[in-house]
Design a protein around this ligand. Structure first.
Ligand SMILES: Cc1cc2nc3c(=O)[nH]c(=O)nc-3n(C[C@H](O)[C@H](O)[C@H](O)COP(=O)(O)OP(=O)(O)OC[C@H]3O[C@@H](n4cnc5c(N)ncnc54)[C@H](O)[C@@H]3O)c2cc1C
Ligand code: FES
Length: 241
């Protein structure tokens, strides 16, 4: 894990309130899909955890949604400016033997699945992405360009299957080892339905390095784990959701 001032190469809007930022950084050598970086937004004390979406030769691409003041300030930054980042943080998705993967993302849970799909190009991959409405949809084309099958679900039915990611999975009878990232209700539903696979969790974080216990979750066996250090990826059924 390193701290670095990373230069912003590009920062552009790609959907409603959703931005894609590419940073030039040496951290790439250590990164695996599912890990995240901690970003210091100038003027704000606590770092913001954001997943790694894509790993380039000397760049990392992240995708973030404007949620509060920090992400709004990030959206106003321009190429050439720098952001202090540290990472890569946490444990990413494991390398699995299964030759058919089902990658399921909801909203800002979609980004880490992109690098995961890239690095598993030798496997059969189906991607199911869920959003609230059509104007929230992003990265459909980018996934398709990787040659993977993509299904979209929107809650209001304005694009793709009407309903949740599970409705799209049922409609298209998609199978494969599930690897998912998204909002808690989505992860709960997946955890209830599937016995195997991996879920990437979100939690409010302070230190981001396992020191403050601010991000603990209770495990199925009664123990506690830190999302920032022991996760954010955990096996299906291993966490009490
Ligand atoms: C492991 C991990 C990966 C994430 N990956 C992404 C991603 O790829 N794209 C994306 O858009 N968002 C992601 N998030 C959520 C993102 O961290 C928050 O949306 C962001 O920190 C909000 O900052 P803010 O200043 O705009 O909001 P504010 O509400 O002003 O933030 C105040 C404080 O609360 C923290 N906070 C607020 N919401 C969250 C949240 N949902 N999770 C964790 N901390 C929060 C902030 O970091 C900050 O310290 C991820 C969160 C985690 C834990
Ligand atoms: S944020 Fe401090 S232990 Fe996870």
């Amino acid at each position: 894990m390193k701290v670095e001032n990373a230069k912003i190469i590009e920062n552009k809007q790609i959907a409603k309130d959703i931005y894609q930022m590419t940073l030039q950084t040496d951290l790439v050598v250590e990164c695996v899909p599912g890990q995240f970086i901690e970003i210091t937004v100038p003027g704000y004390y606590l770092r913001r955890p954001i997943s790694i979406c894509s790993i380039g030769q000397d760049t990392l691409t992240i995708i973030y949604k404007i949620l509060g003041d920090g992400t709004r300030a990030m959206s106003e930054m321009e190429s050439g400016e720098s952001l202090n980042i540290f990472g890569p943080c946490g444990n990413g998705f494991p390398i699995v033997e299964s030759d058919h993967l089902l990658l399921v993302g909801g909203g800002v849970g979609v980004p880490p699945l992109y690098e995961l799909a890239k690095q598993n190009a030798d496997k059969q991959i189906t991607v199911v992405l869920g959003f609230n409405t059509k104007e929230d949809v992003f990265y459909e084309e980018q996934f398709k360009r990787l040659g993977v099958k993509v299904h979209i679900a929107t809650m209001d039915g304005s694009y793709g299957t009407k309903g949740t990611v599970l409705d799209a999975i049922d409609k298209y009878q998609v199978t494969g080892l599930i690897m998912a990232c998204g909002p808690l209700p989505m992860l709960r539903a997946i955890n209830d339905r599937y016995e195997q696979g991996f879920l990437s969790l979100e939690a409010r974080m302070a230190c981001g390095i396992g020191a403050c216990m601010g991000c603990v979750v209770e495990m199925a066996d009664g123990s506690v784990k830190r999302v920032c250090k022991d996760g954010p990826v955990f096996a299906v059924r291993s966490v009490k959701l």
